[in-house]
Ligand binder design. Structure first.
Ligand code: BGC
Length: 508
């Protein structure tokens, strides 16, 4: 998930920085932000497959599910049921922009606290929900929390981490999202047998990472960048000394001052983003998010238990299969941490395009042949589908999952990095909303063909990576405009304005 890489990686000034206990505590903080988001992604699918939950809030869906023998593909098709999952992302989409304003004006610490408080209100409303309205309003509050947290936590991390481990921390955040998804799947597996209110524990469990984030935000200090940006220079210098574990911080302090000055000069970063030479990173950032979502990953993450029930698994087997895919997701994200800087971004993305295409194509074909409206899959065939889903999730986890966030964080110039990144976050939320809202209806209407639909997208994204995505492995972040200037297509967008602003930055 998101993280903004602010430093040069691989070259440029080396600042003295130790991996202090304070920074360690901050990593834990990031963990709670990531867990909070991941838990939400993972929890809704399991909850919406629980009968007690359906009987209370979606009796029509429950009745339809009982008639499942009549239509496998349509038993969960209900706009309100989908709204339960998707409303969170709609709220997050809107509040992402407000969060970037709050971060700048009030600092990272209060924004983080606000994220956890909004989130907690949502958790209480959800766990205590008496009717659908309470449930959806709760989801909207959770979404506000997620919108805030997804902006502030990565920004906080990137500012607090020693420059050398910023890239790794970026993917670590994604790793913790996957841990959150896995924990949610495990919780659902346990609570599904607690009748009739097990789902309340599932939804209430989201409060744990939120409370920890809230408590944490009371104790940590504000980031030096935020302090300096808001004019508290002495406090900024003192904090820098504390987090770097050395008093030799003058070079980094000056660098932050320079960056803040340059960023403050750009009064309207969103307007600047519309400039022609910002077009390449903007297109890449938005495309990476759209493609990441249109791999179909969240059809699996949100609705895995529902999907596994569709192919004929019982309640428990479905939830267990979701746990298995969650575990594969965590383990394969570690592969990315280890290899992204060795083999590069494009190799991972292209390899996964091939693997995803084979997996989705095979799932679609198997279901098309074996799963009719009113039968269940034979045991062996169902196992084959689970294995193919795991294959799909594994390659997503070492490629589009983390890189969908990493690449937009390393391709914008400093002046538009934060604004550009908000666009990336909101594009992601928008596409997540679309998938969450539409998937079950698409499954009902397109049946197994839905997997060919996602395969079509995968072909397009493969071509996009091969032809239009520049490799950013090992490129110092402040020299990123070089990759556009040298690119066969994007170079036409790089007029002199970009070069001038770079020269200005160097002269300052
Ligand atoms: C995506 C989420 C997805 C998760 C799965 C993230 O990178 O943004 O939408 O659910 O990966 O691990």
């Amino acid at each position: 998930m998101p993280a903004i890489v602010m430093d040069k990686q691989g070259s440029g000034p080396e600042f003295e920085a130790k991996f202090t206990f304070y920074v360690f505590i901050c990593c834990i903080m990031a963990a709670f932000g990531g867990l909070m988001f991941g838990y939400d992604i993972g929890i809704s699918g399991g909850v919406t497959s629980m009968d007690d939950f359906l009987i209370k809030f979606f009796p029509k869906v429950y009745a339809k599910k009982q008639e499942a023998k009549e239509n496998n593909y349509c038993k969960y098709d209900n706009q309100f049921l989908q709204l339960f999952t998707s409303s969170l992302y709609l709220a997050a989409l809107v509040f992402t922009f407000l969060a970037s304003y709050a971060c700048k004006k009030y600092g990272r610490r209060p924004t983080m606290r606000a994220a956890s408080l909004f989130f907690l209100v949502g958790v209480v409303l959800n766990a205590a929900a008496m009717d659908l309205t309470m449930l959806i309003i709760g989801r909207i509050f959770l979404g506000i929390g997620v919108g805030f947290a997804n902006n502030v936590v990565p920004l906080f991390l990137s500012e607090i981490a020693p420059p050398k481990i910023r890239g790794a921390l970026n993917i670590l955040f994604q790793l913790l999202i996957t841990v959150g998804i896995l924990v949610a799947n495990l919780v659902n597996y346990r609570t599904s047998s607690i009748h009739p209110w097990g789902w309340r524990i599932s939804l209430g469990g989201a409060g744990v990472p939120a409370i920890l984030l809230c408590i944490g935000s009371l104790f940590i200090a504000e980031t030096p960048t935020s302090l300096i940006q808001r004019g508290h220079l002495d406090e900024g210098r003192a904090t820098l000394k504390k987090i770097r574990g050395t008093s030799n911080v003058e070079a980094e302090f000056n660098e932050i001052c320079r960056a803040c000055k340059a960023a403050n000069l750009v009064k309207q970063p969103f307007k600047k983003l519309a400039n022609r030479n910002n077009r390449p990173p903007l297109v890449i950032a938005i495309a990476m998010q759209v493609f990441q979502q249109f791999t179909g990953i969240n059809a699996i993450m949100f609705y895995a238990p529902v999907l596994f029930q569709t192919i004929g698994f019982g309640n428990d087997a479905s939830l267990l299969s979701a746990v298995i895919t969650g575990l594969v997701n965590v383990l394969c994200t570690i592969v990315s941490v280890l290899y992204v800087d060795k083999v590069g971004r494009k190799v991972l993305l292209l390899e996964s395009v091939v693997q995803m295409l084979i997996s989705q194509g095979a799932i679609g074909t198997i279901l098309m042949i074996h799963l009719k409206n009113a039968n269940t899959l034979e045991h062996n065939v169902a196992i084959a589908v689970v294995i193919l889903v795991c294959s799909f999730v594994s390659c997503f986890a070492w490629s589009w999952g983390p890189l969908g966030w990493l690449i937009p964080s390393e391709t914008f110039p400093l002046e538009t990095r934060a604004a550009g990144f908000s666009f990336a976050v909101s594009s992601n939320m928008l596409c997540t909303f679309i998938i969450a809202q539409a998937f079950l209806s698409m499954l009902c209407h397109m049946r197994a063909g839905i997997f060919y639909f996602f395969s079509g997208w995968i072909v397009i994204m493969g071509l996009f990576v091969a032809l239009l995505l520049p490799e950013t492995k090992g490129i110092p972040i402040d020299e990123v405009d070089k990759i556009w200037r040298e690119h066969w297509y994007w170079k036409r967008f790089m007029d002199d304005e970009g070069a001038i602003s770079k020269v200005q930055r160097e002269q300052e």
